[in-house]
Design a protein around this ligand. Sequence first.
Ligand SMILES: *Cc1c(COP(=O)(O)O)cnc(C)c1O
Length: 395
Amino acid sequence: MTNQTQWETEIKAELEFLENIFQRRSIVTTKELNSSWLIRNGQKLLNLASNNYLGLLNDSRLKKAASKAIDKYGVGSGASRLMTGNHPLYDKVESRLIQWKRAEAALVLNSGYTANVGIISALMKRDDIVFSDKLNHASIIDGIVLSRAKLQRYRHRDTNHLEALLMKAPKDKRKLIVTDTVFSMDGDIADLEGIVRLKEKYNAMLMVDEAHASGVYGKGGQGYSHHVNLQDKVDIQVGTFSKALGSFGAYVVAKKWLIDYIINRMRGLIYSTALPPAVLATIEKAIEIVEEEREKRTLLLQHAEYFRNRLTRFGFDTCESESQIVPIIIGANSQTQSFATRLQEEGIAAIAVRPPTVPENKARIRFAITSAHQKKELDWALEKIIQVGKELEVI
Ligand SMILES: *Cc1c(COP(=O)(O)O)cnc(C)c1O
C-alpha cells in the first residue's frame, strides 16, 4: 500500500461512488463525418446526440467566412473587448443582431455559459430574489449562486407555483424571473405568455435563455420569444450561436441602458479575452443563412414531430416534448445506460441523461433531431430504438 493523502483518498472514493451509481462520465473522442454521422471508437454512428439542429456545422459558406477572416486578421483576438480585443467585426455582428432581433441593443459574448453566469451575477445582488424554473440550464443556477441572491425554484413550467412564490416575496426586493424557452433535456417549452403576465403583475425583470430556440423558432429564426410575439415583453434575451447556428459564442439583446450596464458590470466580459475574428465572421454569416433559409426550420420541426409521434405510438414516454429535442424516459440509471450502450452497438449515438442533470428516476435517452437527417435515416433509427425498447422491456 502506498500512502495516500486524505484528499487523494476522498476524491478517488467519490469517483468510485459515481461509477457505482452509473453516473461516472468520461470524454470520448468523436469525429463528425457530416451532419448526420460521426465516428467514435472506430465505429460509424448515426448522430442523434448533437445540437447542430440545422446542419450548419459543416456548411461551406461558414467555413469560407472563417477562413477568409483568418487570412485577413489572423487567429486570435489578443485581449478582452474593453482592452484592444473589440474587433470591427463585433460592430458588424451586433448591428446584424439588432436588425435580426428587432432589438434596441445587442452584445456578443463568449459562450452561453459565460452569458448566463455573468449577466445574472451582474444584475442581482444579495437579498434580491431570482425565480428560476426547476429545469433551467446549469449555467443559470451557477449565475444565481454567484450573485448570492436568494434562489426560488418553481416547479417546471408551473406558473401557479411561480405566482405563489412571487406573492410571498417582499415588494421592495428586486426580482428576476428566468427561464429557458425550449428546455434542453425535455424538449418542452415554457409558458411565456403566463410568465409575462406575472412579470408585469409583480414588477419583476424577465430573462429568457433561447439556446435551443435560436435558429429554430420565429419567422426568421430569432427564437421562441419572437415565435409568440412577446420579444418586446422580455427584458433580457440570451441565446447561443453554438447550437442551431453551427458556430460558437452567445448573445444578449435588451434595452440600450441594460446592455450598457452589462458592459460595465459583467466580469465574464470584462476579464475574458474576446472571440477570435473567424468566429465573429461565421456568426455574421450564420445569422444571414438562418434568417433566409426558413425551409430548414420547417423541415427540422416536421422531422421531429414525425420521430416523436412514432415513438409515442410504440409506447415510449416522450414527456411533453414539442421541439427538436425528443427524450424517452427510461427511469433507472443502469437501464438507461444499457439502453444507450445497446443503441451504440446498433449504430446510433444518443445521450443517456442521468441525475443530477435530470431528477432521480427520470433518467432518459435524449434524441436531438436535425434538418440534415434524412427521413430514411430516421426510419432506420426508429426501427432500432423500438427493437432495443422491446428487448429491455421499456415498451
Ligand atoms: C448549451 C446551453 C447553454 C450554454 O451555451 P454554450 O454556448 O454551449 O456555453 C446555456 N443555456 C442552455 C439552455 C443551453 O442549452
